[in-house]
Design a binder for this molecule. Structure first.
Ligand code: SIN
Ligand code: MN
Length: 237
């Protein structure tokens, strides 16, 4: 790929994207990424296959696996009633610890970079962070996700998002509409993105995948390339 557009050409220091939203480039090292990719193979052969959720009659281009809960637009359930009625895999306890680590790192960045931040009041308390669902999304090189809010959770705890495989063009916007102001960033393999507090219900989406950008150890060769995103949330159920 053209070196001008390689990830190295962009500023990849941890930073605040909007009050309550923090990008943590390189949060996962190679070992952690490789291990998560192995877990993905376990999840893929679990009781509920990766499936395209139907929204307003249209299948999403991403394929999703739920851990802890199965997500359908507007609700969380234990059995995948729109797929095969099987019970989903549990939310792994190690993932809670990983989420807590991301929350702690994000709280530090907020404290340093955002004078008006109140990380504790915004739920950036690592010890208390206890997500109960992870949505694991697979994007092939043509998949996208339109601007939306994550609002099917009744608990406003922050969302922790982890990226693996190819880089994506991620757009993080505002809480009122899908339009500007927003910021476009490139989420690469190993990056974390955390949004909570005043950013918890901000619109966000994935404009596209940049094919063949994954580091060799995170290439999803058996799937024809692509990206995996894991978002941890707290359903409040
Ligand atoms: C999501 O918004 O649920 C997924 C975001 C991403 O793939 O980075
Ligand atoms: Mn989302």
């Amino acid at each position: 790929m053209n070196a001008l557009f390689a990830d190295e050409a962009f500023d990849r220091r941890p930073r605040v994207i909007a009050p309550g939203a923090v990008w943590l480039p390189g949060f996962l090292d190679e070992t952690a990424q490789t291990w998560l990719l192995r877990q993905f193979e376990v999840w893929r052969s679990g009781p509920v296959p990766a499936h395209s959720t139907i929204i307003a009659g249209h299948p999403m281009s991403v394929k999703t696996i739920g851990l802890g809960w199965h997500w359908r637009p507007g609700r969380y359930e234990r059995e995948a009633s729109d797929v095969n009625r099987e019970h989903v895999l549990p939310f792994p306890s190690w993932m809670t610890r990983l989420g807590q680590k991301a929350i702690a790192s994000a709280a530090e960045v907020l404290t340093q970079d955002e004078p008006a931040a109140d990380p504790a009041a915004w739920g950036f308390n690592a010890a208390d962070y206890s997500p109960d669902v992870a949505l694991v999304n697979f994007y092939d090189e043509n998949a996208k996700m339109g601007m939306h809010q994550d609002k099917d959770e009744s608990d406003p705890a922050p969302v922790v998002s982890l990226s693996l495989g190819d880089t994506c063009l991620f757009r993080f916007g505002n809480t009122t509409n899908r339009n500007r102001p927003y910021e476009d960033i490139r989420l690469a393999s190993g990056d974390a993105f955390v949004f909570g507090g005043p950013a918890r219900f901000a619109y966000h989406g994935v404009r596209g995948i940049v094919a063949d950008t994954a580091p060799a150890y995170a290439r999803l060769a058996h799937l024809g390339g692509g990206r995996i995103n894991i978002t941890m949330r707290t359903t409040g159920q």
